[in-house]
Structure formats: C-alpha cells, structure tokens
Ligand binder design. Structure first.
Ligand code: ADP
Length: 394
C-alpha cells in the first residue's frame, strides 16, 4: 500500500451475493478509497495474500468457507493477522455464532438492514487509522535513512581525513627512520654513547609511529573499500598464517593447538588474514613474562554459523574492559611491557562486521582469554565460486 497523505487504501468487500457487493460499494463509494470485491472466502484469502487492506467487510453466511472460518484463516496469515474485520449479516445470528465471530477476530458485527452512515463512519475510522500509521511508518523510515546516510558521511569524512593525514605523515617519518639508521651505522664513531642512544631512540620512535600509521590506514581502508565475499578454507588459511609467524612462535616458545580442522566460511582472504593474525599475535603477546604461551583454536557450529575460539593462557582481561578493548586506541597495559598501537582489535571487530559476523571475548584476569569470532559457514567443501555478495559499507 502506498501511503502518502493523498494516497488511497484498499477495502475488501466479501459477499457471495453480487447485489450485496453493489450495495456495499454504494454505501462506501463516498470514502473515495479502492473497493475490492471477493465473491467467496477463498477469493478473499487470495486477495489478502496479494495486497494490503485497511479493513475487511465480511458476510457471515457464504457457501463453502463461511465468514467465521474465513476470518479464522485471515488471522492465521502473517500479512493480514491484524487487519480489522467487520462482519455483516442479514440474519439475527444465534449468540454462539456472534461469539465465534468475535473469537475469530471481528471488531464489529452489523445486522442488515444497517444504516449506511453507521457502516461508513465505522469503516472511515479504520481507513484513517491505516493512512496515519502508514504515514508514521514512512516518516520513521525516512528518518532512519537520513540518520544512516549522515552516519556514513561522517565515517567516510573521518576515514578520508585520517588516511590523508596518515599518508602525509609517513614520508617525513621514513626520512627520520632512514637518517637515524644511517647515523647509527655510518657515523657511530663520531657519536658518544649518549649521542648513539639518542639516535637509537629516534629510530625506534619513528618505526613505532610508522607501524601505528600503517595500522590506522588498514583500519580506514576497512570501512571504505568494497569486499566481495567468497568461500574461504579457514583451516588452510590458519596453517599458512602460523607458518609465517613461526619465527615469532619459536622465539616465544609458543605452542598453538588446532583442535580439529576449521570449516570453510563465507569471508574474504584479506579481512580474515587480518583477523586471525591480530588475534593470534595478541594471544602470544599478552602473557606473564617467562610463561610459555599455550593457544588452542577450535570451532563450534551453530546452525549455518560457526564460532571460532582463540583460547590463551595469558594475563586475562577484567569484565568491565571486554567491550572497550574493541574500540580504537584502547589499551589496558603499559606500552613498555606490551608494545602495540591499540588498533588490532578495532580492526578485528570492523573486519568481522564487514563479513556480517560478530566478535567478542570471555576472560578473567589471571585466567587467560577466550576470544571468538562468528561467521557464516559454507556447507559445500568444493564451493570455491565467488558468492557475489558485496559487503556493505561501514
Ligand atoms: P594492541 O595489541 O596494539 O595493544 P589491540 O587492539 O590488539 O591493541 O588490543 C587492545 C588491548 O586489549 C590490548 O592493549 C590489551 O590490553 C588487550 N588484549 C588484547 N588481546 C588480549 C589477550 N589475548 N589477552 C589479554 N589482553 C588482551
């Protein structure tokens, strides 16, 4: 039903007698709405399946499906379950039938001959109500779209700004890193130990800043780029990532246990690589010094989704920080002990959202953490075709 203030609503008139339908049309014609005829209960149900109606006027006595049975079926249909039904009948109904009619969802029960203006004003109430509620629905939808557009504009503006700044910052930073390194490598003899220490600090700061900008750029790209979803073999992917991380794993004497093969998911290779790498790096990093990291990765199916768990034996996180850590730049620990940029988990959350999934954590201080992501599972192991689903922005 279109619903501007000047639009019309549909009114369904159900009667097996054509002269009754004509009489109803004569009474309701003044309302200037679309009057739709149905000559039986079955035809009424068919029409209700195809269109929206503001009100239904239903004859009680009809061959085949009578009015009460028709009303019962109307109430069972999702599209018409709340539509007002006015019963009209020529015969004084037995009390039981009237009771059944109300039980089947009647809002009124009119006996013929009825006064034309009574029927007209009763129907008009429902017409006005229908027009008003449609207007309210449209206004709410317009507001929602405006808010969404505004939000998207702000995010794009901010991300555009951040990536321009980040690009412009990287060039001078690279010079700082290169010249401080040259100072240390080629002119170390002309610097006293304090001078060498200063040059080393400049070099490390420049490197740290560069890593920070790279993370920020990766985060910005996540909201602006279009990603086409495909079927990804998560098991093969995590093995590749672990192979790449093996120097770091060896150095920290970390052990990663893959409980069982991970399933195929609907995803995107770049996004999933970022997600898995960040979660695994954190699981290795946030550990009490001197402890060997023990990480278990397992999956848990639920319907057409799968939840992948990353369980570690690290320092853990207090419940009040479980949401906060997924926000950009939020860090809980001293940078000297646990260096980082505070962007990793923000990337995880945003990347997972671009895959229409979710991410979260269960943890307690001193008892390790269990980070999880949930994604859509791809049933067919051989399905490697692209799924042609562009991931929405933001
Ligand atoms: P970064 O690792 O660069 O500090 P992240 O966004 O990846 O930033 O993580 C945010 C914060 O969440 C971290 O600084 C740390 O305090 C906490 N955190 C993340 N992963 C873990 C983990 N596996 N165990 C304990 N704390 C964690």
């Amino acid at each position: 039903m279109t619903a501007r203030a000047d639009s019309k609503v549909n009114i369904l008139l159900v009667d097996d007698q054509v002269h009754n339908l004509i009489a109803l049309e004569a009474v309701l014609g003044d309302l200037n709405q679309n009057l739709v005829r149905a000559h039986s209960g079955r035809e009424a149900l068919r029409r209700l399946r195809g269109d929206d109606f503001a009100v239904i006027i239903l004859d009680v006595r009809m061959p085949g499906l009578d009015g009460v049975d028709t009303a019962t079926l109307i109430r069972r249909m999702e599209r018409s379950k709340n539509k007002p039904i006015l019963f009209v009948t020529a015969l004084e109904p037995p009390p039981m039938q009237e009771f059944q009619a109300y039980a089947a969802g009647a809002v009124d029960y009119l006996l013929k001959p009825f006064r034309a203006e009574v029927l007209r004003s009763k129907v008009k109430v429902f017409v006005d109500l229908s027009l008003k509620s449609e207007q309210i629905r449209e206004q709410a939808e317009r507001l929602r779209l405006l808010e969404l557009r505004e939000q998207e504009r702000k995010i794009n503006e901010l991300d555009g700004f951040a990536s321009t700044v980040a690009h412009d910052l990287r060039a001078p930073l690279r010079s700082m890193a290169a010249f401080s390194e040259a100072l240390l490598l080629e002119h170390a003899t002309s610097l006293d130990p304090t001078g060498q220490d200063y040059a080393r600090r400049i070099h490390e700061s420049a490197k740290r800043m560069d890593r920070f900008i790279q993370d920020l750029l990766a985060y910005c790209r996540l909201s602006r780029e279009e990603f086409v979803l495909e079927s990804v073999d998560l098991d093969a992917m995590i093995r590749e990532i672990l192979a790449q991380m093996s120097p770091e794993l060896l150095e920290r004497r970390a052990c990663v246990n893959l409980a069982e093969p991970l399933p195929r998911v609907r995803g995107h290779r770049i996004l999933l690589t970022q997600i898995l790498t960040n979660l695994l790096s954190n699981a290795i990093k946030f550990i009490v010094p001197g402890t060997e990291p023990r990480i278990r990765v397992r999956s848990e199916r639920s319907g057409d989704a799968v939840r992948i768990w990353f369980e570690d034996n690290g320092i853990g996180i207090a419940a009040e920080h479980h949401e906060r850590i997924f926000r950009i730049f939020e860090r809980l620990n001293l940078p000297e002990r646990y260096p980082g940029t505070g962007i990793g988990l923000a990337i995880v959350r945003r990347a997972v959202e671009r895959l229409h999934g979710r991410a979260g954590v269960e943890s307690e201080p001193g008892k390790g953490s269990r980070f999880w992501i949930s994604l859509k599972r791809v049933e067919d192991a051989h399905e490697t075709d692209r799924l042609h689903h562009a991931v929405g922005r933001g």
